[in-house]
Write a protein that binds this ligand. Structure first.
Ligand SMILES: Cc1ncc(C[n+]2csc(CCOP(=O)(O)OP(=O)(O)O)c2C)c(N)n1
Ligand SMILES: [Mg+2]
Length: 639
């Protein structure tokens, strides 16, 4: 506690002197909670996520003072390679997951990690910390509910320090105690004194013992007060002086010192000598950290993705199947060939998923591997991320691509940046049944290729045929990064073809050309590939049709070569002009083969409007063969 307190005071000083950037959110006053909750855990075994006031917890769980100074100084020896700073650290390899700023998001990650480790037969527990403010997030509810439904033994430890930045708890919740919420999840919960390290330690030990006997999550709410402002820049003037005075008297550090003298049988001189030793340790660690050089700027983006090993897997061949059946074949193949694989999503089990793409999987692979989840897309994503860290290989289905917006932070920020921040791969496959043409309106017809290609760290594939669907799912699954596959719903049952997969994963990651032509290059996405192919088949001019297939990271090379040959580019996308990647393809073509262009490139897209419901409105909204033909004719005018 002394080490933590003195180091944080030092960090505050370093911030004021300009050595530490960002800010310092101090745990001064919170040390009893941070220590008490981490001391019962087994570092490297139990799955943990700490918060921005849990500096002491990092020390308990194995970070050295030198390591922590390097992290805050963001120097060349920082564990996050200085790509992240301040409180965004941990040791993912040792199951101490680094937090991201978005409060609440780490809770479900701990649930997934704990679940996956236990699935491997390890008797481990999770501990996920959250502040009083963080309990107001939707993710708090999603994660607790998910953990409860799946009986995952995680201690949800609420650090109730009476304020979230400047907002007092009466503006945060109206129940008497936050632990009262446990009843709503059918679990146990208690509120204790968070300024008493011994009380916190005992409560966590008791909780672990109880959930060892009967696996389930539990809530422990620890009451305390921040003794400083929210962060280095905040004086905390909104805290009434009287309240602050009362809690200052209960400052856990002098209280613990007194306790050592009274009960621990230590003399004042012995405690003082211990303190001097700690002071020396801090001085030495800081001097060593300050002597480390600044980080070398590396190639931009080099650390975004985990490197994909060149592997081949078992080949697969099938006579013609519908695209939707190709999904089922791929999932069955993955579950069959990799015991780590599991499928999770809404209604994927008994019902076989909304579009029946998971039909039969539950019967063949059992409920531990084909898992119906509560309606909580964000927590499902966090769960998958956590599981990916502890031997699980998640395959998540969003019922409709539209509902993936529920998980934007979890997937686009947490999972996507995981390798960059935590230096560990986050292999997870996400399936997005997408697209319009089914008369289901604006909330069930989206493609979201534009949205999901905008987050560094995600890969995005968009197949159009049965073969491509199989390949995308298998290659995306084996990639060590979060990989999303768009599956156009209209093609599920309207298109079919054989599957001939020779097991070469590397060969999958390339754009696809369906027919060669010398006059116009048509680049089409998803269902539009088939519209373009129909036009190419009946057109009098010579059209080459391409599907970029790998939308992120977009590999434009072969498409550029095609445009260099034809001199004309038409891009066809189902979504609105500003919502897709058509503009990106055109901009790259203009940049890299401007001189080859005989005509300005053309984009055929839907209007920038929500997908309308009625069939007449929707068919006028979606690009069709006639519009593609007209665009081709325009490109060929005055040739
Ligand atoms: C989702 C989200 N919204 C806003 C913020 C900005 N923010 C950082 S800390 C904080 C207060 C958090 O309060 P609490 O959860 O009680 O934790 P405490 O800082 O009091 O320990 C806020 C609003 C954030 N990190 N995450
Ligand atoms: Mg708080």
């Amino acid at each position: 506690m002394y080490l933590s307190r003195r180091m944080e005071e030092k960090l505050m000083e370093l911030f004021q002197k300009g050595y530490v950037k960002g800010t310092v959110t101090s745990g001064i006053g919170n040390e009893a909670t941070a220590l008490g909750m981490t001391m019962p855990l087994r570092p490297g075994q139990d799955v943990v996520s700490l918060l921005h006031r849990d500096f002491a917890g990092h020390l308990v769980l194995g970070s050295s003072p030198y390591e922590l100074f390097c992290q805050y100084l963001a120097n060349a020896d920082s564990r996050t390679h200085a790509r992240e700073g301040n409180v965004h650290h941990g040791n993912a390899a040792r199951r101490r997951f680094p937090m991201l700023s978005h409060l609440g998001k780490m809770l479900s990650v701990v649930v997934g990690g704990t679940w996956a480790a236990r699935r491997q037969g390890e008797e481990v527990f999770g501990l996920a910390a959250i502040g009083d403010g963080g309990t107001s997030t939707g993710e708090f509810h999603e994660a607790l509910n998910l953990a409860s439904v799946h009986a995952v033994p995680v201690v949800f430890l609420i650090e109730n320090n009476h304020y979230a930045f400047s907002t007092p708890t009466q503006r945060q919740y109206r129940c008497q105690r936050l632990s009262d919420r446990a009843a709503g999840y059918g679990i146990s919960g208690r509120t204790i004194d968070g300024a008493d390290a011994w009380a916190v330690y005992a409560a966590v030990c008791d909780a672990l013992e109880a959930i060892r006997r009967e696996p389930a999550p539990t809530i422990i709410e620890c009451m305390s007060l921040r003794l400083l402002g929210h962060a280095a820049y905040d004086k905390g003037s909104y805290v009434p002086a009287e309240t602050l005075g009362q809690w200052r008297e209960r400052d856990p550090l002098p209280a613990a010192r007194r306790r050592l003298l009274e009960l621990g049988g230590m003399s004042d001189a012995a405690v003082r000598s211990l303190e001097e030793e700690i002071e020396k340790e801090i001085r030495e660690a800081l001097a060593k950290a300050l002597a480390v050089g600044r980080p070398e700027p590396s190639e931009p983006g080099a650390a975004v993705f985990a490197r994909r090993p060149r592997t081949t897997v078992k080949p697969f061949h099938s006579p013609p199947v519908k695209n939707g059946e190709a999904v089922g074949r791929a999932l069955d193949y993955l579950l069959e060939n990799d015991p780590r694989a599991f499928v999770a999503g809404l209604d994927v089990g008994v019902y076989g998923s909304a579009f029946k793409t998971c039909k039969g999987l539950l019967e063949r692979h059992g409920p531990q591997r084909v898992i119906d989840m509560p309606l909580a897309e964000s927590a499902i994503m966090g769960f998958a991320l956590g599981a990916s860290q502890l031997g699980g290989r998640p395959i998540v289905e969003f019922q409709f691509a539209d509902f993936s917006t529920e998980a934007v932070s979890q997937l686009g920020l947490n999972a996507a940046t995981w390798h960059f921040r935590a230096d560990r791969p986050a292999p997870l496959l996400v399936r997005l049944p997408c697209g319009g043409g089914l008369t289901v309106g604006a909330f069930h017809s989206g493609e979201f290729e534009g949205l999901w290609s905008r987050f560094p760290g995600l890969k995005l594939l968009y197949p159009a045929t049965a073969q491509e669907t199989f390949e995308a799912l298998v290659a995306g699954y084996h990639d060590p990064n979060p990989c999303l596959v768009l599956e156009h719903k209209l093609l599920y049952w309207s298109k079919s073809g054989p599957i001939d997969f020779d097991g070469d994963l590397e060969a999958v990651w390339r754009p696809r050309c369906y027919c060669e032509g010398g006059e116009v290059t048509v680049v089409a996405f998803g269902a539009m590939v088939h519209q373009a192919l129909a036009v190419a088949a009946r057109s009098r001019c010579s059209i080459e049709v391409w599907n970029p297939f790998v939308l992120q990271p977009l590999e434009i090379g072969p498409i550029l070569e095609s445009v260099q040959k034809t001199g004309r580019l038409l891009v066809v996308q189902e979504c609105g002009a500003t919502q897709g990647l058509g503009d990106r393809v055109i901009s790259l073509v203009c940049r890299d083969c401007f001189a080859s262009l005989k005509r300005p490139p053309v984009l055929v897209a839907a209007p920038d409007a929500p997908v309308p419901f009625a069939a007449e409105l929707e068919s006028a909204h979606r690009p069709d063969g006639a519009r593609i033909e007209a665009a081709v004719a325009g490109l060929m005018e005055g040739r």
